[in-house]
Design a binder for this molecule. Structure first.
Ligand SMILES: [Fe+2]
Length: 676
């Protein structure tokens, strides 16, 4: 249904509000709105309400927008700086010339600038808005603003502390105005931005005035470089970064080595949408991602530090960074960090489309950890940015993780908020990805997978084999992914990597009840593979808390750990019984409570923001849950395994003794075999 011809402007804000309400009364009473709403959207709304957090800002999308009637002639919006923005800026937006400051006056940062006020091509369709997971019967903006703040964030504005006289009579001031300022944290998103001053709050906004467009000094600047492994050798490392320029660039590393980038991108056409219901990604949430560059640095040594920079002479260069390669598969010792469901939050007082309130504390603590130089790699197991169709939020997420992902390998698994969408091949037909369908995820985070949209892979670091699956793609018996995970785990050389950690997004066990918490079919299909292949530990996210189980299979404890005087748990897998399972989705998203305290398999439950440290040697693998606010360890467990004869690899013992590289051991092995 089109709203063309609906009254867009009127003589007062009351009339505007009345018109909007009338339009929506009419539209909501139309049968085409109610009966055509697909069940998947209704279901996704339930999921969003119960399982996710969407800020008040959600009501802005697709709202009819008009100029406020009779704006006063003194009104001004000034931005400092007002052009050539740096890659990261704290911009000051000052509104002045206001006669009577109102609590519901607000400022939005909008990008791209083009057509942001063109409502004629912006049908206010409830079905389009439903893709965000909310069915409020509200009018909607054409473009979703990047971020917004109420002017009341500056108390000087509401109190009119800074008065300015605009008119004098007989030497006395007869007309004065008020002003106020807001700080906006801005990062280089390549496209020009503008600041728009609104009256009427988020529910009945009208435009008072707007700034001139602000440009970034270098929209082509290479930014947000992040590392990932391409294999288990520790001798190569992929760097992926973003730039506004599509010409290949370079990464320069080590002693003057250079690799040229492969360049890719994705377009609005790549975003999925069902014809009846355009997705946010294809519609009001679209933002041009620029170009994504990726290059593999080769000829490195495992567990070693190298320096690099990326870019080109024509577009500019990044800063110089240092990174550490992970230990080669089969070597002795690994320190890693692991978590799920982090997301992002603004570095100012703004509201945004989707905010994960714990993400800043967690990223701060993780930065300290990585800066200590102790950690070799990071695993983020699904629900990364929560962009969910509002694509500029990927840039903010990439910027947020840069301090850690530029230093060590940042390996990922796909989550529902990267991948799920109806009719797109995901197991779950919710609209959780907002139409992204894994396309931005796979472009920004290329993992060592076999093909596009098959985001499962394994990697070995030191004594650990990580099998990483997609819970969002078919895992049913005999599916391609099922066959892959069965073969992958069956072919592990446990003398080389005695530990097997299985990771994905949705859990098999949780004490947070809910219809979307655990899929019994997933457990029935995949859990037997974990037991058959003697998985030591399974790590999942999706539920937003921390929970550790006994050694569990089919809902029953097969073995219990011993507990030391400090509460640390020790599982002995010398005589293997079942995997230990842990939920670790507590890295940023609003926390979930434990609704069921009666599970005997559940040994530790913590609903606090944090992450997990892992440390593996050949005989022991240990984990610590760290509270990000205090950096204190609030749960500690380890798994021991006496090296049985079947797992002992003499060459590994020799590796430790002789201090030679793993590839030399491999050559020795080959020689040994040929001599037999
Ligand atoms: Fe999730």
């Amino acid at each position: 249904m089109s709203l063309k011809g609906a009254p867009h402007s009127s003589s007062s804000s009351w009339d505007l509000k009345t018109s909007i309400l009338l339009v929506f009364f009419l539209s909501s009473s139309s049968p085409c709105f109610s009966w055509s709403l697909p069940p998947s959207i209704v279901n996704s709304t339930e999921q969003h309400r119960h399982h996710t957090f969407i800020s008040d800002f959600r009501v802005l999308t697709r709202r009819i927008l008009s100029e406020c009637p009779d704006p006063n002639p003194f009104l001004q919006i000034n931005v400092t700086p007002d052009s050539n923005l740096a890659d990261e800026e704290n911009v000051t937006v000052t509104v002045s010339g206001v006669f009577v400051p109102q609590k519901d006056d607000w400022v939005a940062m909008i990008s791209p600038v083009k057509n942001s006020n063109d409502v004629s091509r912006c049908p206010a369709n409830e079905l389009l808005y439903a893709e965000t997971g909310d069915l409020s019967k509200l009018p909607l903006l054409c473009h979703y603003p990047v971020k917004a703040q109420y002017m009341s964030n500056d108390p000087d504005y509401i109190n009119c502390t800074k008065k300015e006289c605009k008119k004098y009579k007989h030497g006395k001031c007869v007309k004065s105005t008020c002003s106020g300022s807001l700080r906006f944290h801005v990062i280089n998103i390549r496209t020009d931005i503008e600041f728009v001053f609104f009256a009427g709050g988020f529910e009945t906004p009208c435009v008072l005035t707007r700034s001139n467009p602000l440009n970034f000094a270098n929209p082509n600047q290479p930014l947000y470089g992040h590392l990932s492994s391409i294999d288990s050798t520790g001798t190569s490392m992929r760097l992926t970064w973003v730039s506004g320029d599509k010409a290949p660039q370079q990464v320069q590393h080590g002693d003057g080595k250079t690799q040229i980038s492969q360049v890719t991108t994705f377009s609005q056409d790549d975003m999925k949408s069902r014809s009846a219901v355009p997705s946010p990604a294809k519609d009001f949430g679209w933002h041009d991602p620029g170009f994504i560059h990726s290059a593999v640095m080769t000829g490195l040594r495992p567990s070693s530090t190298f320096s690099y920079r990326y870019g080109s002479d024509s577009v500019g260069w990044s800063d110089q960074f240092q990174f550490k390669t992970p230990p080669a598969g089969g070597s002795d010792e690994l320190n890693f960090l692991v978590y799920g469901d982090m997301g992002k939050a603004p570095l100012d007082a703004s509201v945004e489309h989707y905010i994960q309130p714990g993400s800043l504390a967690v990223i701060g603590a993780l930065t300290d950890e990585v800066n200590s130089g102790k950690f070799d790699s990071i695993f983020h197991i699904g629900d990364l940015s929560y962009s969910t169709g509002c694509l500029v939020e990927w840039d903010f997420f990439l910027q947020l993780i840069s301090p850690i992902a530029s230093q060590v390998s940042y390996m990922t698994a796909v989550g529902n908020h990267e991948r799920d969408y109806p009719d797109s091949g995901s197991v779950y037909i919710t609209t959780d990805s907002g139409g992204e369908c894994g396309v931005p995820y796979e472009t920004y985070f290329p993992m060592p997978t076999q093909a596009k949209d098959k985001p499962w892979y394994s990697i070995e670091q030191a004594s650990v084999h990580f099998t990483i699956i997609s819970t969002e793609h078919d895992w049913s018996e005999n599916s391609e992914q099922y066959e892959w995970m069965r073969n992958d785990m069956a072919s592990i050389d446990r003398s080389k990597t005695p530990w097997l950690i299985f990771m994905g997004h949705r859990p098999m066990y949780t004490s947070t009840d809910g219809i979307f918490s655990v899929d019994k079919k997933f457990v029935e299909a995949v859990e037997p593979l974990l037991l058959e292949n003697k998985v030591d530990l399974s790590l999942f996210g999706h539920v937003h808390n921390y929970e550790r189980s006994c050694a569990i299979y089919d809902g029953k404890c097969k073995a219990m750990p011993t507990t030391d005087e400090n509460g640390g748990a020790t599982y002995d897998n010398s005589n293997y019984s079942a995997p230990v399972q842990a939920v670790i989705g507590m890295a940023g998203f609003t926390l979930d409570n434990f609704t069921n305290d009666g599970n005997s398999w559940s040994l530790r439950r913590i609903s606090k923001f944090g992450y997990v440290r892992g440390h593996a040697t050949r005989e022991e693998i240990s984990f610590e849950f760290v509270n990000a606010a205090t950096m204190e360890v609030e749960d500690r467990f380890r798994i021991l395994k006496k090296q049985s004869a079947e797992y002992v690899d003499v060459s590994q013992i020799m590796t430790g003794f002789r201090g030679i590289a793993a590839d030399e051991v491999e050559r020795d092995r080959a020689t040994d075999r040929s001599e037999l």
